[in-house]
Write a protein that binds this ligand. Sequence first.
Ligand code: DQQ
Length: 481
Amino acid sequence: MTPPARGHPPSEDADPHRPIYHFLPPANWLNDPNGLIQWKGTYHLFYQYNPNGPFHGTIHWGHASSVDLVHWTDLPIALAPTPGGPDKDGCFSGCAVDADGIPVLIYTGVHPQVQCLATGDDELIAWRKHPANPIIAAPPPNLDVLGFRDPYVWRDGDAWYAVVGSGIQGVGGVVFLYRSADLIHWSYLGPLCSGRREETGEMWECPNFFPLGDRHVLILSPIPLGKAIYLIGTDAAGRFTPGTQGIFDDGGCSYAPQVMRDERGRRLVWSWLRERRSEAAQREAGWSGVMSLPAALTLRSDGTLGVSPVPELAALRGESWRRTDLTLGPGSANPLAEVDGEALEVAIEATLDDGAHLAIDLRCSPDDAERTRVGYDRTAGVLTVDRERSSQDPTVARDTARAPLPLAPDEPLRLRFFLDRSVLEVFANDRIVLTSRIYPTRADARGLVASAVGGAATIHSLEVWPIGSIWPAGRKEREPS
Ligand code: DQQ
């Protein structure tokens, strides 16, 4: 396949792995979500973007907006490196805030890593970099730091606060806390939280810090873990004391999540879904990286983090296929034999006997040479996404993701899958998300199979919806402004 020429983005028809209802730019590279904000009702999603190809480099801020969290409009590039400026080598990750009616982006300029600010017009289209940049010119003094990036800013009373991700050489990750009256002049208050290198990595990227219920949550993307963790605890006098700790999404591709508060008060999260195929395949495809679907975070009564897809996603559903009150056991016929597809939502509610193992296979070829298996083991209380037979292409990642999901004796298993060609997001019981990238080689790998071994599974309901493309035909790549 010849790489698509500039101005001719890869089409959904030409590329069987290109998602059709997850956000991704018309072409080229995407990584972290940035600057998430709802502005006068409209959601704005900025993202780390390389307009020069499907690889990390010349990092700009891409921009899209949505009124319904489902359909997106491409907008001009928001931030580009300024030659000779503090962001000359890239506009790295950051956030957006509403400063008394003025939209403001706060982000990291490289190299060296410093914090910069830009103000926008009321449409969030034209951005002006502040003459005082960099607004935070260096990390706290007398520390041997690994990185200094990804500011996350909020307001509390009359003051603005910011956390910036870093690490102390030989010690571990740290987030530095700052305060400002005007977003331009910042005072360092001390470390909000720090970790041990052996436990939570040597450097913390993309911190998010926010109240949830009666607690505070710190979400971090530690190097070299390659997946985000969350800490839930208490915040007092500028010092966060973590209690519960967990992995945000252990599926193997989710990274750098960013959380926003929308006008309804929900804490919404998006994350970057990395490719799990070779760089050569990404270059050939002409695009790399896709955004997760938006999900809402909650604090559960047991003190852990809850995560569930936003209800707005139901707008994507085509005509429903539904079955209720089935029993699945060894030897049962496949109840999903009459449905198939590569862009689907699947919802299942089931109760499993002790010892039962429920499996839902997606993207199955008729001869079973390719399939991705979502499994739940009732006794072990473990959810798995088995990708070992997801593709016959030996160059793509094929492994198994696992997440603990202990269920109370009377609690049914409730799964929601969002399959979008090479993306599979699996949500379970409003508390787990496991996201995968899969690259079946076979055009006929479209089947669905439900089975149970080791005991019976009572399927209370099983529902499948086809999902179509969210994009207009002829979506165009935009040039840097
Ligand atoms: N990606 C950005 C950095 C951030 C990293 C650069 C996390 O700001 O630390 O593209 O993926």
